[in-house]
Design a protein around this ligand. Structure first.
Ligand SMILES: O=C(O)C(=O)Cc1ccc(O)cc1
Length: 482
Protein backbone atom coordinates (compact mmCIF):
# COMPACT_ATOMS: atom_id res chain seq x y z
CA UNK A 1 0.00 0.00 0.00
CA UNK A 2 1.06 3.49 -0.75
CA UNK A 3 2.53 5.24 2.26
CA UNK A 4 2.19 8.95 2.33
CA UNK A 5 4.83 11.08 3.92
CA UNK A 6 2.96 14.22 4.50
CA UNK A 7 4.55 17.59 4.76
CA UNK A 8 2.56 20.69 5.50
CA UNK A 9 4.05 24.11 5.25
CA UNK A 10 2.91 27.64 4.74
CA UNK A 11 4.82 29.53 2.04
CA UNK A 12 5.40 33.27 2.44
CA UNK A 13 2.57 35.22 0.88
CA UNK A 14 3.14 37.15 -2.33
CA UNK A 15 2.31 40.81 -2.76
CA UNK A 16 -1.00 41.37 -4.48
CA UNK A 17 -0.72 42.25 -8.15
CA UNK A 18 -4.20 43.51 -8.72
CA UNK A 19 -6.79 45.04 -6.43
CA UNK A 20 -9.73 44.16 -8.62
CA UNK A 21 -8.97 40.56 -9.44
CA UNK A 22 -11.42 38.11 -7.98
CA UNK A 23 -10.89 34.37 -7.60
CA UNK A 24 -11.01 32.53 -10.89
CA UNK A 25 -12.82 29.37 -9.95
CA UNK A 26 -11.94 26.35 -12.06
CA UNK A 27 -14.49 23.94 -10.72
CA UNK A 28 -16.22 22.73 -7.63
CA UNK A 29 -13.97 20.14 -6.00
CA UNK A 30 -16.01 18.86 -3.07
CA UNK A 31 -18.58 19.77 -0.45
CA UNK A 32 -17.69 19.09 3.19
CA UNK A 33 -19.93 17.97 6.01
CA UNK A 34 -19.02 18.24 9.70
CA UNK A 35 -20.83 15.72 11.84
CA UNK A 36 -20.76 14.38 15.36
CA UNK A 37 -20.82 10.75 14.28
CA UNK A 38 -19.54 9.82 10.86
CA UNK A 39 -20.85 6.24 10.97
CA UNK A 40 -24.50 7.06 10.40
CA UNK A 41 -23.89 9.48 7.59
CA UNK A 42 -21.29 7.22 5.94
CA UNK A 43 -23.78 4.42 6.14
CA UNK A 44 -26.44 6.54 4.47
CA UNK A 45 -24.18 7.89 1.75
CA UNK A 46 -22.93 4.44 0.82
CA UNK A 47 -25.86 2.14 1.43
CA UNK A 48 -28.70 4.51 0.58
CA UNK A 49 -27.34 7.20 -1.73
CA UNK A 50 -24.93 4.85 -3.54
CA UNK A 51 -21.86 7.00 -3.09
CA UNK A 52 -18.52 5.21 -3.03
CA UNK A 53 -16.17 5.67 -0.15
CA UNK A 54 -12.83 6.15 -1.91
CA UNK A 55 -10.43 7.91 0.45
CA UNK A 56 -9.92 8.33 4.17
CA UNK A 57 -7.74 10.22 6.58
CA UNK A 58 -7.60 9.09 10.18
CA UNK A 59 -5.79 10.96 12.92
CA UNK A 60 -5.87 10.97 16.67
CA UNK A 61 -8.25 13.91 16.63
CA UNK A 62 -10.44 13.46 13.61
CA UNK A 63 -11.75 11.16 10.93
CA UNK A 64 -12.24 12.34 7.36
CA UNK A 65 -13.90 10.19 4.71
CA UNK A 66 -14.38 11.04 1.04
CA UNK A 67 -17.33 9.73 -0.97
CA UNK A 68 -17.89 10.02 -4.69
CA UNK A 69 -20.69 9.56 -7.17
CA UNK A 70 -19.87 10.85 -10.66
CA UNK A 71 -17.95 14.07 -10.07
CA UNK A 72 -19.94 14.82 -6.91
CA UNK A 73 -17.60 14.43 -3.93
CA UNK A 74 -18.53 14.81 -0.26
CA UNK A 75 -15.91 14.85 2.48
CA UNK A 76 -17.46 13.91 5.80
CA UNK A 77 -15.46 15.18 8.77
CA UNK A 78 -15.89 13.90 12.27
CA UNK A 79 -14.18 15.40 15.26
CA UNK A 80 -13.33 12.83 17.88
CA UNK A 81 -14.11 14.08 21.35
CA UNK A 82 -11.52 11.88 22.93
CA UNK A 83 -8.27 11.55 21.02
CA UNK A 84 -7.31 7.92 20.46
CA UNK A 85 -3.96 7.18 22.15
CA UNK A 86 -3.09 4.41 19.69
CA UNK A 87 -3.17 6.93 16.86
CA UNK A 88 -0.80 9.40 18.35
CA UNK A 89 2.09 7.73 16.53
CA UNK A 90 0.27 8.18 13.27
CA UNK A 91 -0.82 4.62 12.68
CA UNK A 92 -4.52 4.09 12.23
CA UNK A 93 -5.64 0.80 13.61
CA UNK A 94 -8.95 -0.92 13.83
CA UNK A 95 -9.40 0.74 17.22
CA UNK A 96 -9.19 3.99 15.29
CA UNK A 97 -12.69 3.33 14.03
CA UNK A 98 -14.83 3.02 17.09
CA UNK A 99 -17.93 0.89 16.54
CA UNK A 100 -18.77 1.76 12.96
CA UNK A 101 -22.29 0.84 12.05
CA UNK A 102 -21.38 -0.40 8.59
CA UNK A 103 -18.92 -3.11 7.95
CA UNK A 104 -17.43 -1.00 5.19
CA UNK A 105 -16.04 1.55 7.61
CA UNK A 106 -14.33 -0.93 9.88
CA UNK A 107 -12.89 -2.68 6.83
CA UNK A 108 -11.69 0.64 5.58
CA UNK A 109 -10.03 1.47 8.84
CA UNK A 110 -8.09 -1.76 8.61
CA UNK A 111 -7.31 -1.22 4.92
CA UNK A 112 -5.92 2.22 5.67
CA UNK A 113 -3.81 0.84 8.46
CA UNK A 114 -0.49 2.04 7.11
CA UNK A 115 -1.67 5.52 6.70
CA UNK A 116 -1.41 8.73 6.66
CA UNK A 117 -0.10 11.48 8.33
CA UNK A 118 2.66 11.18 10.75
CA UNK A 119 2.46 14.89 11.53
CA UNK A 120 -1.23 15.11 12.08
CA UNK A 121 -1.27 14.40 15.76
CA UNK A 122 1.11 17.30 16.27
CA UNK A 123 -0.28 19.90 13.91
CA UNK A 124 -3.20 22.21 14.36
CA UNK A 125 -4.61 20.77 11.12
CA UNK A 126 -7.33 18.79 12.74
CA UNK A 127 -9.17 18.82 9.48
CA UNK A 128 -6.85 18.90 6.55
CA UNK A 129 -8.23 21.15 3.78
CA UNK A 130 -10.80 22.54 6.18
CA UNK A 131 -11.29 24.20 9.53
CA UNK A 132 -12.90 22.86 12.60
CA UNK A 133 -16.27 24.56 12.83
CA UNK A 134 -17.40 25.62 16.23
CA UNK A 135 -20.81 24.09 15.77
CA UNK A 136 -22.99 21.95 17.97
CA UNK A 137 -25.25 20.56 15.22
CA UNK A 138 -24.31 18.57 12.15
CA UNK A 139 -23.72 20.92 9.28
CA UNK A 140 -22.62 21.15 5.66
CA UNK A 141 -20.36 24.13 5.66
CA UNK A 142 -17.51 24.05 3.18
CA UNK A 143 -17.74 24.30 -0.58
CA UNK A 144 -14.27 23.70 -1.98
CA UNK A 145 -13.29 25.15 -5.37
CA UNK A 146 -10.26 24.45 -7.47
CA UNK A 147 -8.43 27.64 -8.37
CA UNK A 148 -5.50 28.30 -10.67
CA UNK A 149 -3.25 29.94 -8.13
CA UNK A 150 -3.86 29.87 -4.39
CA UNK A 151 -1.29 32.55 -3.57
CA UNK A 152 -2.65 34.98 -6.11
CA UNK A 153 -6.23 34.28 -5.10
CA UNK A 154 -5.41 34.72 -1.43
CA UNK A 155 -3.68 38.05 -2.04
CA UNK A 156 -6.47 39.34 -4.24
CA UNK A 157 -9.25 38.32 -1.88
CA UNK A 158 -7.42 39.52 1.18
CA UNK A 159 -6.99 42.87 -0.50
CA UNK A 160 -10.70 42.96 -1.06
CA UNK A 161 -11.23 42.50 2.67
CA UNK A 162 -11.98 38.78 2.82
CA UNK A 163 -11.45 36.97 6.07
CA UNK A 164 -9.13 33.94 5.76
CA UNK A 165 -9.31 31.09 8.25
CA UNK A 166 -6.31 29.26 6.77
CA UNK A 167 -3.53 31.12 4.91
CA UNK A 168 -1.95 29.51 1.81
CA UNK A 169 -0.67 26.13 2.89
CA UNK A 170 1.16 23.42 0.97
CA UNK A 171 0.60 19.75 1.60
CA UNK A 172 3.02 17.37 -0.02
CA UNK A 173 3.63 13.70 -0.44
CA UNK A 174 5.67 11.76 -2.94
CA UNK A 175 3.04 12.23 -5.61
CA UNK A 176 3.28 15.97 -5.62
CA UNK A 177 2.05 19.07 -3.91
CA UNK A 178 -1.32 20.63 -3.26
CA UNK A 179 -1.85 24.22 -2.08
CA UNK A 180 -4.93 25.44 -0.34
CA UNK A 181 -6.33 28.14 1.83
CA UNK A 182 -9.72 28.63 3.47
CA UNK A 183 -11.79 31.79 3.20
CA UNK A 184 -14.86 32.60 5.26
CA UNK A 185 -17.94 33.44 3.24
CA UNK A 186 -20.63 35.96 4.07
CA UNK A 187 -23.22 33.20 4.62
CA UNK A 188 -23.46 31.86 8.19
CA UNK A 189 -20.87 29.17 8.83
CA UNK A 190 -20.09 28.55 5.15
CA UNK A 191 -16.47 28.78 4.12
CA UNK A 192 -14.63 27.97 0.92
CA UNK A 193 -11.46 25.98 0.62
CA UNK A 194 -9.58 27.17 -2.46
CA UNK A 195 -7.30 24.48 -3.74
CA UNK A 196 -4.70 24.03 -6.48
CA UNK A 197 -4.09 20.41 -7.46
CA UNK A 198 -2.28 21.01 -10.73
CA UNK A 199 1.03 19.84 -9.26
CA UNK A 200 -0.39 16.66 -7.79
CA UNK A 201 -0.46 13.25 -9.48
CA UNK A 202 -2.22 11.23 -6.76
CA UNK A 203 -5.83 10.12 -7.01
CA UNK A 204 -7.28 12.52 -4.45
CA UNK A 205 -5.37 14.67 -1.97
CA UNK A 206 -2.16 14.21 -0.01
CA UNK A 207 -2.98 13.04 3.49
CA UNK A 208 -5.86 10.88 2.30
CA UNK A 209 -5.36 7.19 1.66
CA UNK A 210 -7.11 5.30 -1.08
CA UNK A 211 -9.78 3.04 0.28
CA UNK A 212 -10.53 -0.43 -0.91
CA UNK A 213 -14.27 -0.56 -1.27
CA UNK A 214 -15.43 -3.70 0.40
CA UNK A 215 -18.98 -4.59 1.37
CA UNK A 216 -20.28 -6.96 4.03
CA UNK A 217 -20.23 -10.00 1.74
CA UNK A 218 -16.79 -9.20 0.41
CA UNK A 219 -17.95 -7.81 -2.96
CA UNK A 220 -16.35 -4.61 -4.10
CA UNK A 221 -18.59 -1.56 -4.21
CA UNK A 222 -17.46 -1.10 -7.81
CA UNK A 223 -19.19 -4.36 -8.67
CA UNK A 224 -22.52 -2.99 -7.61
CA UNK A 225 -24.54 -1.30 -10.34
CA UNK A 226 -23.92 2.39 -9.90
CA UNK A 227 -26.53 5.04 -9.46
CA UNK A 228 -26.25 7.54 -12.30
CA UNK A 229 -25.59 10.72 -10.34
CA UNK A 230 -23.18 12.80 -12.39
CA UNK A 231 -22.49 16.05 -10.54
CA UNK A 232 -23.66 18.71 -8.10
CA UNK A 233 -26.33 20.74 -9.87
CA UNK A 234 -26.92 23.46 -7.28
CA UNK A 235 -26.36 24.44 -3.69
CA UNK A 236 -29.15 26.26 -1.85
CA UNK A 237 -28.43 28.58 1.05
CA UNK A 238 -31.05 29.39 3.69
CA UNK A 239 -30.48 33.02 4.65
CA UNK A 240 -32.05 35.52 7.03
CA UNK A 241 -34.49 38.12 5.78
CA UNK A 242 -33.06 40.97 3.74
CA UNK A 243 -29.63 39.36 3.49
CA UNK A 244 -29.84 38.38 -0.19
CA UNK A 245 -28.38 41.56 -1.77
CA UNK A 246 -25.32 41.38 0.49
CA UNK A 247 -24.75 37.70 -0.34
CA UNK A 248 -25.11 38.40 -4.06
CA UNK A 249 -22.65 41.29 -3.88
CA UNK A 250 -20.11 39.20 -1.97
CA UNK A 251 -20.07 36.35 -4.50
CA UNK A 252 -20.12 38.74 -7.42
CA UNK A 253 -17.23 40.80 -6.14
CA UNK A 254 -14.98 38.04 -4.89
CA UNK A 255 -15.73 35.06 -7.11
CA UNK A 256 -17.19 36.72 -10.20
CA UNK A 257 -20.56 35.02 -9.82
CA UNK A 258 -23.31 36.38 -12.02
CA UNK A 259 -27.01 36.60 -11.57
CA UNK A 260 -29.03 33.75 -12.99
CA UNK A 261 -32.67 34.62 -13.54
CA UNK A 262 -35.00 31.97 -12.18
CA UNK A 263 -37.92 33.49 -14.05
CA UNK A 264 -37.86 35.79 -17.06
CA UNK A 265 -40.21 38.21 -15.28
CA UNK A 266 -38.08 38.21 -12.15
CA UNK A 267 -37.39 41.65 -10.75
CA UNK A 268 -33.63 42.16 -10.59
CA UNK A 269 -33.82 43.82 -7.19
CA UNK A 270 -36.47 41.64 -5.64
CA UNK A 271 -35.46 38.18 -6.91
CA UNK A 272 -38.07 35.56 -7.60
CA UNK A 273 -40.81 36.11 -5.04
CA UNK A 274 -43.58 33.71 -4.07
CA UNK A 275 -45.67 35.45 -1.45
CA UNK A 276 -49.17 34.03 -1.31
CA UNK A 277 -51.18 30.90 -0.49
CA UNK A 278 -48.96 30.08 2.45
CA UNK A 279 -45.69 30.33 0.51
CA UNK A 280 -43.38 33.14 1.60
CA UNK A 281 -40.13 32.70 -0.30
CA UNK A 282 -37.64 34.89 -2.06
CA UNK A 283 -35.26 32.99 -4.33
CA UNK A 284 -32.24 34.46 -6.05
CA UNK A 285 -29.80 32.41 -8.10
CA UNK A 286 -26.18 32.90 -9.13
CA UNK A 287 -23.83 30.99 -11.35
CA UNK A 288 -20.22 31.04 -12.36
CA UNK A 289 -18.28 29.83 -15.33
CA UNK A 290 -15.48 27.41 -14.95
CA UNK A 291 -12.00 28.89 -15.14
CA UNK A 292 -13.33 32.07 -16.65
CA UNK A 293 -12.14 35.50 -15.79
CA UNK A 294 -14.81 37.91 -14.65
CA UNK A 295 -17.43 38.41 -17.31
CA UNK A 296 -16.07 35.90 -19.80
CA UNK A 297 -18.56 33.22 -20.69
CA UNK A 298 -17.66 29.73 -21.73
CA UNK A 299 -19.65 27.60 -24.13
CA UNK A 300 -23.17 26.66 -23.15
CA UNK A 301 -22.04 23.02 -22.86
CA UNK A 302 -19.60 23.93 -20.11
CA UNK A 303 -22.10 26.22 -18.47
CA UNK A 304 -24.55 23.40 -18.08
CA UNK A 305 -22.15 21.45 -15.92
CA UNK A 306 -21.53 24.29 -13.50
CA UNK A 307 -23.09 24.28 -10.10
CA UNK A 308 -25.53 27.09 -9.42
CA UNK A 309 -26.01 28.78 -6.09
CA UNK A 310 -29.51 29.62 -4.86
CA UNK A 311 -30.29 31.95 -1.98
CA UNK A 312 -33.58 31.20 -0.19
CA UNK A 313 -34.97 33.87 2.10
CA UNK A 314 -38.29 33.57 3.88
CA UNK A 315 -40.92 36.33 3.70
CA UNK A 316 -42.75 37.07 6.92
CA UNK A 317 -46.35 37.50 5.74
CA UNK A 318 -47.05 33.82 5.21
CA UNK A 319 -46.05 32.61 8.67
CA UNK A 320 -43.17 30.51 9.91
CA UNK A 321 -41.71 28.24 7.28
CA UNK A 322 -38.93 25.83 6.32
CA UNK A 323 -36.28 28.54 5.90
CA UNK A 324 -37.03 29.99 9.35
CA UNK A 325 -36.98 26.53 10.79
CA UNK A 326 -33.59 25.82 9.14
CA UNK A 327 -32.15 29.04 10.57
CA UNK A 328 -33.41 28.14 14.02
CA UNK A 329 -32.32 24.50 14.10
CA UNK A 330 -29.03 25.13 12.31
CA UNK A 331 -28.35 28.10 14.57
CA UNK A 332 -27.79 30.43 11.64
CA UNK A 333 -27.59 30.70 7.88
CA UNK A 334 -26.05 27.91 5.86
CA UNK A 335 -26.44 25.24 3.23
CA UNK A 336 -30.02 23.96 3.25
CA UNK A 337 -29.80 21.49 0.38
CA UNK A 338 -27.67 20.25 -2.47
CA UNK A 339 -29.09 19.19 -5.82
CA UNK A 340 -27.60 15.97 -7.21
CA UNK A 341 -27.89 15.75 -10.95
CA UNK A 342 -29.05 12.49 -12.46
CA UNK A 343 -29.61 11.55 -16.07
CA UNK A 344 -32.45 9.27 -15.09
CA UNK A 345 -34.41 10.53 -12.12
CA UNK A 346 -36.95 7.72 -12.12
CA UNK A 347 -34.49 4.87 -11.91
CA UNK A 348 -32.29 6.80 -9.45
CA UNK A 349 -35.25 7.61 -7.18
CA UNK A 350 -36.40 4.01 -7.45
CA UNK A 351 -33.02 2.61 -6.43
CA UNK A 352 -32.59 5.09 -3.60
CA UNK A 353 -36.11 4.45 -2.29
CA UNK A 354 -35.46 0.70 -2.36
CA UNK A 355 -32.26 1.33 -0.41
CA UNK A 356 -34.21 3.23 2.25
CA UNK A 357 -34.05 6.90 1.22
CA UNK A 358 -37.19 8.79 2.24
CA UNK A 359 -38.48 11.44 -0.13
CA UNK A 360 -40.91 14.24 0.55
CA UNK A 361 -44.34 13.50 -0.87
CA UNK A 362 -45.78 16.38 -2.90
CA UNK A 363 -49.36 17.40 -2.19
CA UNK A 364 -51.63 14.73 -3.76
CA UNK A 365 -53.43 17.44 -5.72
CA UNK A 366 -50.22 18.08 -7.66
CA UNK A 367 -50.68 15.03 -9.86
CA UNK A 368 -54.39 15.62 -10.44
CA UNK A 369 -54.07 19.29 -11.43
CA UNK A 370 -55.75 19.99 -14.75
CA UNK A 371 -53.34 19.20 -17.57
CA UNK A 372 -50.56 17.79 -15.34
CA UNK A 373 -51.02 14.20 -16.43
CA UNK A 374 -50.99 15.22 -20.09
CA UNK A 375 -47.91 17.35 -19.52
CA UNK A 376 -46.12 14.32 -18.09
CA UNK A 377 -47.23 12.08 -20.95
CA UNK A 378 -46.13 14.72 -23.48
CA UNK A 379 -42.74 14.77 -21.83
CA UNK A 380 -42.51 11.01 -22.26
CA UNK A 381 -43.09 10.02 -18.63
CA UNK A 382 -45.54 7.68 -16.98
CA UNK A 383 -47.48 9.89 -14.52
CA UNK A 384 -47.99 6.92 -12.20
CA UNK A 385 -44.26 6.32 -11.92
CA UNK A 386 -43.58 10.00 -11.25
CA UNK A 387 -46.27 10.15 -8.57
CA UNK A 388 -45.12 6.86 -7.04
CA UNK A 389 -41.74 8.43 -6.33
CA UNK A 390 -42.96 11.96 -5.59
CA UNK A 391 -41.13 13.34 -8.63
CA UNK A 392 -42.23 16.75 -9.90
CA UNK A 393 -42.16 17.82 -13.52
CA UNK A 394 -42.15 21.34 -14.83
CA UNK A 395 -42.21 22.48 -18.43
CA UNK A 396 -39.98 25.40 -19.31
CA UNK A 397 -41.81 27.35 -21.99
CA UNK A 398 -38.83 29.47 -22.88
CA UNK A 399 -37.55 28.49 -26.31
CA UNK A 400 -34.34 30.26 -25.67
CA UNK A 401 -32.99 32.48 -22.92
CA UNK A 402 -33.57 35.51 -25.12
CA UNK A 403 -36.97 34.40 -26.42
CA UNK A 404 -40.28 35.50 -25.11
CA UNK A 405 -42.67 32.94 -23.67
CA UNK A 406 -44.23 30.96 -26.45
CA UNK A 407 -47.87 30.02 -26.35
CA UNK A 408 -47.32 26.96 -28.45
CA UNK A 409 -44.10 25.03 -28.35
CA UNK A 410 -43.94 21.68 -30.18
CA UNK A 411 -43.40 18.79 -27.75
CA UNK A 412 -39.97 17.97 -29.15
CA UNK A 413 -38.77 21.51 -28.43
CA UNK A 414 -40.06 21.69 -24.90
CA UNK A 415 -37.68 21.73 -22.00
CA UNK A 416 -38.40 19.88 -18.81
CA UNK A 417 -37.21 19.92 -15.25
CA UNK A 418 -37.74 17.00 -12.85
CA UNK A 419 -37.03 17.18 -9.12
CA UNK A 420 -37.57 15.34 -5.87
CA UNK A 421 -36.39 16.26 -2.35
CA UNK A 422 -35.20 13.77 0.25
CA UNK A 423 -36.12 14.15 3.90
CA UNK A 424 -33.45 15.75 6.11
CA UNK A 425 -30.42 13.51 6.50
CA UNK A 426 -29.26 14.76 9.91
CA UNK A 427 -31.00 14.44 13.28
CA UNK A 428 -32.04 18.09 13.03
CA UNK A 429 -34.42 19.19 10.30
CA UNK A 430 -31.79 21.07 8.43
CA UNK A 431 -29.88 19.66 5.48
CA UNK A 432 -31.40 17.50 2.76
CA UNK A 433 -30.54 16.31 -0.73
CA UNK A 434 -32.41 16.66 -3.98
CA UNK A 435 -32.40 14.66 -7.18
CA UNK A 436 -32.71 16.76 -10.28
CA UNK A 437 -32.89 15.90 -13.96
CA UNK A 438 -32.83 18.65 -16.55
CA UNK A 439 -34.13 17.93 -19.99
CA UNK A 440 -33.07 21.24 -21.50
CA UNK A 441 -34.47 23.38 -18.66
CA UNK A 442 -31.75 25.35 -16.91
CA UNK A 443 -33.76 27.13 -14.21
CA UNK A 444 -36.09 26.21 -11.37
CA UNK A 445 -39.72 25.86 -12.45
CA UNK A 446 -42.34 27.80 -10.54
CA UNK A 447 -44.75 24.83 -10.36
CA UNK A 448 -42.01 22.65 -8.91
CA UNK A 449 -40.89 25.28 -6.40
CA UNK A 450 -44.46 25.63 -5.11
CA UNK A 451 -44.94 21.87 -4.85
CA UNK A 452 -41.51 21.31 -3.29
CA UNK A 453 -42.20 24.06 -0.79
CA UNK A 454 -45.57 22.60 0.12
CA UNK A 455 -44.24 19.07 0.48
CA UNK A 456 -41.55 20.25 2.91
CA UNK A 457 -44.06 22.40 4.83
CA UNK A 458 -46.55 19.51 5.13
CA UNK A 459 -43.81 17.23 6.42
CA UNK A 460 -42.60 19.78 8.96
CA UNK A 461 -46.10 20.43 10.21
CA UNK A 462 -46.75 16.71 10.64
CA UNK A 463 -43.45 16.41 12.52
CA UNK A 464 -44.40 19.33 14.73
CA UNK A 465 -47.83 17.85 15.44
CA UNK A 466 -46.41 14.46 16.32
CA UNK A 467 -43.79 16.15 18.52
CA UNK A 468 -46.51 18.17 20.27
CA UNK A 469 -48.59 15.00 20.67
CA UNK A 470 -45.57 13.26 22.12
CA UNK A 471 -44.85 16.17 24.50
CA UNK A 472 -48.42 16.36 25.76
CA UNK A 473 -48.48 12.58 26.18
CA UNK A 474 -45.33 12.59 28.27
CA UNK A 475 -46.74 15.55 30.23
CA UNK A 476 -49.89 13.55 31.04
CA UNK A 477 -47.84 10.55 31.99
CA UNK A 478 -45.71 12.65 34.28
CA UNK A 479 -48.63 14.33 35.96
CA UNK A 480 -50.58 11.09 36.03
CA UNK A 481 -53.67 12.72 34.46
CA UNK A 482 -55.17 10.30 32.00
O1 LIG B 1 -35.94 24.06 -6.44
C1 LIG B 1 -34.90 24.08 -5.77
O2 LIG B 1 -34.10 23.14 -5.74
C2 LIG B 1 -34.61 25.25 -4.96
O3 LIG B 1 -33.50 25.40 -4.56
C3 LIG B 1 -35.77 26.16 -4.61
C4 LIG B 1 -36.15 25.99 -3.18
C5 LIG B 1 -35.37 26.57 -2.21
C6 LIG B 1 -35.66 26.40 -0.85
C7 LIG B 1 -36.78 25.68 -0.49
O4 LIG B 1 -37.06 25.54 0.84
C8 LIG B 1 -37.59 25.11 -1.47
C9 LIG B 1 -37.26 25.26 -2.81
Amino acid sequence: MYVCKLRIHRPPTLPCTSQKMAAYLCRLHHIALHVRNVDKIADDLVAKFKFKLFAARLTGKSRQFAFRNGTAVFIVNERLNHPIPSLSVGVATRQGCPSPSIQGLSEICSHTSRTVDSNSANTECNFLYDVRPNYSVDTVCNVCFEVEDVERTFSALQNQGCDFLVPPTNVQDDRGIVSYSVVKSIVGNVCHTLIDKTKYQGTFLPGFNDVENVTKNGARFDDLASCPITHFDHITYACPRKSTPGVMRWYEKHFGFQRFLIDRDENLNEGYVLDQDGIGLRLTAMEYWKCSELGLKNTSKDKELDCKFVIAESLPEQGRNQVDSFLEQHEGAGIQHVGLYTQDIISTAQRLAQAGVHFFAPPPAYYTEVGKEQEMVDAGYDPKLLSQHGILLDTDLRQDASDSLCHYVPAENKRYLLQVFTKPIFAEETFFLELIERRGASGFGEGNIRALWRSVQAYMESQRESQEGHNSESATVQTGKR
